[in-house]
Design a protein around this ligand. Structure first.
Ligand code: 5CA
Length: 442
């Protein structure tokens, strides 16, 4: 992408309304724009990050055996009347009427709708287990939307729903998502700790929130330090291995970890003083097993191997992509701006032409830009006529992991400088060596 043709409205001043660093940086770098309270446009730079976050989520959901579909944002109230949640949900639900005066709502979650999809088609245990997911916008009329897309009213959610013949099957489905979540967050450079959690309006009694420790987090959390060192399930994890996944679950629930709603003072007091972590955290995912709560109310049954009808056991599993983006920034920034992990960076490299218009600089930058692009590296080429200082500041601010810097003096010597955004380390090398270095890992 040539910066001169991109749309990246960088703000010169720090936006005053932003209370936390991720919100400030997302506004400054032109990743998001607020349209109304808790409702945001994802501008091109932000959209690129969000797409990469979603791609990782999708890969790990698919790896675990979940199947993607897409459900609408607007739902008929009828389904929610069936489950009994239409009245129970309260003011967070945005209720709408269509021209026929039929009650509709903008979905805050999709348990009812997916149960309806399921009961329309699935009649036999032979079609189980099944886990269906989508990545879709939700709306919750939060009392206090704040911190940008961290807690917004319209937000994106990956929501998956599992269906099994019995509790045993449902527990395996839960463990599948549990392991997939550990992998998902780790691939974004985050250490998420699963914590016993309250189930709120979703229901059930087995539930974990996946929490990133961060000073600016909204949740108060208590856990054992060992979580910081536990191994993440590997890429070759067998998601059909019931005992293997149970072992992962057991390991990751073997130490104390709870959100404030579920906090047990006495149990926490038993943790050795030096092992206690009492901190703040950001909830990036939340998984629930709620048995037959929806399937019972809505008649989702299958014929079992015994020939009898069985009400299916369900769970639901949420991740908040539009919250993950600021959570990653909270975990990875410095005084100059964002430091993106390569896996979610909007661009993986930037080429900085210190003197656009200088024939030698232009030619060298075009060569590098073309070679990196050809190798499949998302590259931002700063071909604008801004001052070099401005270009450096912008590159640091938007946090692209590697910068290739070309100025008239270095180009005359056939060289460029490579700067690592995270460490600040700089290396000078030939143009060819720079191209080789950056494309080697691709
Ligand atoms: N149906 C279940 C799981 S699919 C559910 O709705 N779970 S939830 O309420 O815990 O939401 C799932 C995830 O969505 C949360 O972990 C969080 O990452 C994200 N999320 C929830 N509310 C918001 C919000 N107001 N703004 C941004 N993200 C949110």
């Amino acid at each position: 992408m040539r910066l001169s043709r991109f749309f990246m409205p960088i703000l010169k001043e720090n936006p005053k309304e932003a209370e936390i660093v991720s919100h400030r940086l997302m506004l400054r770098t032109g990743m998001i724009k607020q349209n109304s309270s808790g409702i945001y446009t994802w501008l091109p730079l932000g959209k690129r990050v969000l797409d990469k976050v979603n791609a990782i989520i999708r890969e790990e959901q698919n790896r675990s055996g979940a199947v993607e579909l897409s459900m609408p944002t607007l739902q008929s109230a009828e389904l929610w009347q069936e489950s009994g949640r239409y009245d129970a949900y309260g003011k967070e639900m945005l209720r709408i009427r269509d021209r026929q005066d039929r009650p509709m709502l903008y979905g805050p979650t999709n348990e009812e709708m997916i149960t309806d999809v399921f009961r329309s088609y699935v009649k036999s245990y032979k079609d189980l287990p099944l886990n269906l997911y989508h990545i879709q916008l939700k709306f919750r009329d939060e009392i206090r939307p704040r911190f940008g897309t961290m807690r917004s009213r319209e937000f994106m959610m990956k929501d998956a729903y599992s269906f099994d013949l019995n509790r045993e099957g449902a527990e395996h489905a839960y463990n599948r998502m549990f392991a997939a979540y550990l992998r998902t967050f780790s691939r974004m450079g985050l250490r998420a700790i699963p914590m016993r959690a309250d189930t709120g309006p979703i229901g059930g009694n087995l539930s974990h929130e996946f929490i990133i420790l961060a000073e600016t987090g909204e949740s108060e959390v208590f856990c054992h330090k060992d979580f910081l060192g536990f191994d993440i399930p590997t890429e070759d994890t067998n998601f059909d291995d019931v005992a293997g996944l149970k072992a992962i679950f057991d390991k990751w629930t073997s130490r104390y970890a709870a959100t404030s709603e579920m906090h047990d003072e006495a149990a926490f007091a038993a943790v050795a003083e030096g092992d206690k972590l009492s901190a703040r955290g950001i909830e990036v995912g939340h998984i629930f097993y709620f048995g037959t709560k929806y399937s019972e109310a809505m008649g989702a049954k299958v014929q079992g191997p015994d020939g009898k009808e069985h009400t299916v056991h369900m769970g639901s599993y949420g991740i908040g992509p539009t919250r993950l983006v600021p959570a990653i920034i909270e975990a990875s920034h410095d005084e100059n701006g964002i430091i993106w992990p390569d896996s979610v960076a909007p661009f993986n490299a930037s080429v900085i032409n210190m003197k656009a218009g200088d024939a030698a600089c232009d030619a060298a930058c075009e060569t590098i830009y073309a070679a990196l692009t050809k190798a499949g590296i998302d590259t931002l080429y700063d071909d604008t006529d801004d001052r070099a200082g401005t270009k450096f500041a912008t590159a640091d601010l938007i946090g692209v992991p590697v910068q290739v810097i070309a100025g008239p003096r270095s180009i005359a010597a056939g060289e460029v400088e490579i700067k690592d955004r995270k460490t600040g380390a700089r290396e000078t090398m030939s143009i060819e060596a720079a191209i080789n270095k950056l494309t080697a890992s691709k």
